[in-house]
Ligand binder design. Structure first.
Ligand SMILES: [Zn+2]
Length: 102
């Protein structure tokens, strides 16, 4: 029952799209991909990492949103293809936000 949000990467390199996507892959795998993610519905903080913001913006923050917006059934683990699709949505949003370096 203890919160597990204490070690989010805060370094500036997470602002780089490539690194952010690495983190997105990791977050999706650990927090969304399991059939019954821990704290589902609350596993994605609203701040602390660009990917979190992107997840809320793209409705990839929890299984409820994935089910509603991506037709991903709740209660079963995400396939590799589904995970890739989610990461791609996050990546697209992050690139759309990036004013520089495009
Ligand atoms: Zn959600």
């Amino acid at each position: 029952m203890s919160p597990t949000v204490s070690r989010e990467p805060q370094t500036s390199d997470s602002a780089q799209p490539e690194n952010a996507l690495e983190h997105a892959r990791d977050f999706v795998k650990r927090r969304l991909a399991p059939a019954e993610p821990r704290n589902d519905g609350k596993q994605t903080p609203f701040r602390g990492h660009p990917v979190f913001t992107a997840q809320h913006a793209t409705a990839t923050c929890c299984r409820g949103c994935l089910a509603k917006w991506y037709a991903v059934p709740a209660g079963q683990a995400l396939t590799a293809a589904e995970q890739a699709h989610v990461v791609e949505a996050i990546g697209r949003w992050l690139r759309a936000q990036g004013g520089d370096g495009a």
